[in-house]
Design a protein around this ligand. Sequence first.
Ligand code: AMP
Ligand code: GLY
Length: 426
Amino acid sequence: MNVLVIGSGGREHALVWKIRQSKRVKKLFCAPGNAGIAEEAECVNIQPDNVDALLSFAKERKIDLTVVGPELSLSLGIADRFEKEGLRIFGPKASAAKLECSKAFSKEMMAKCNIPTAAFKTFTSSKDAKEYIKEKGAPLVIKADGLAAGKGVVVAESEDEAINAITDMMEKRIFGDAGNKVIIEDCLKGEEASFMVFTDGTTIVPMVSAQDHKRVFDNDKGPNTGGMGAYSPAPVVSDALADKVINDVFKPLISGLKREGINYKGVLYAGLMIDDNQQNVLEFNCRFGDPEAQPILFRLKSDIIEIMEAIIDNRLSDIDVQWNQGASVCVVIASKGYPGNYENGKVINGIDEAEKITGVKVFHAGTAKKDNNIVTAGGRVLGVTASGIDINEAVRTAYKAVEKIKFEGMHYRRDIASKALSLTAN
Ligand code: AMP
Ligand code: GLY
């Protein structure tokens, strides 16, 4: 079959890498892809928001299955458009993707379905929002309602910080229309984990757990990023907790969406805050997490195409999704300045050396090819991913590989998975 993957990040490279292992795939395309993806699929220069061009391409090239990486395409209704034209696509429709694309909708659904989450209020006026902040006092979490590339959340430790966030989002409009509405919620404490499931709208199949590292610097310091590294499994997600998350979060949500006339199909991601074995939901995403997809797909034993096809055909219950034992770790290497401004075009060396180490794969995120060199072309540049019999081995291998890679201004966290190591040591 002919398969098209949409996107250009580390998540999409991991998807391409995994999809290529399926015996059923003859021809693999990626739009727009990156320098690493170009080694494994034919890259097509169409951006994820150009749904018309993607649709024409899929028809012309007789694509049998389109796999959507980023939320942007989903929010634009790509699944609705493809389905209408009789094309098979993996990813939820726009009405379901609203779970990620509108934080207000997501919180309302959580409230309706009795899903544990932080207490919240929604505001459309900056004056009212600021008054509420003064009344409540810090700490508070300020969230832009719409999509803001993972940067629309401010965990404000002081009242001033919270008020500045409202000024930025609602008055200076730094995220455009995404800040027309804001959510102000109580600040939760605990340990975060990413919990993803496959679902066809009836059957829910959990993936192995993972933990992301959202802050840019070691020890969770500095601003939030798209994610600086991830590992799987996350020991904070015990088997008992995983059962609780399925029963108290995913089942009520999928049923609640159905009551609203929404049949959720695809990958559903819950960002959790776990404290004393109790989970609260911080957010839902309508797609694979990035970087979480990199260590998680590393551990997926089953043919991913079989799973995706079963979801499209509403027969996920027939599939036995299998995972590799052991652990995997992904360390993200970023450009100087990320998550703020950064320069592109720095020559990257050492990727081949890193991949010579057994159990290592370097997934590309922001890379491009220029004059026979691989150069930086984004904030998050590479996801150096390694497997091991346990987290300890996977971490050591991943950092051994990271040390082989060099480009001007590169930076990465040196403490990826350190929380897992301290938890398993206890
Ligand atoms: P979100 O995009 O909603 O997951 O928020 C991004 C990050 O902000 C999360 O991964 C948390 O680190 C933090 N965050 C979000 N909501 C809260 C909350 N209610 N309490 C504490 N931290 C939060
Ligand atoms: N790594 C978090 C996300 O993909 O949203």
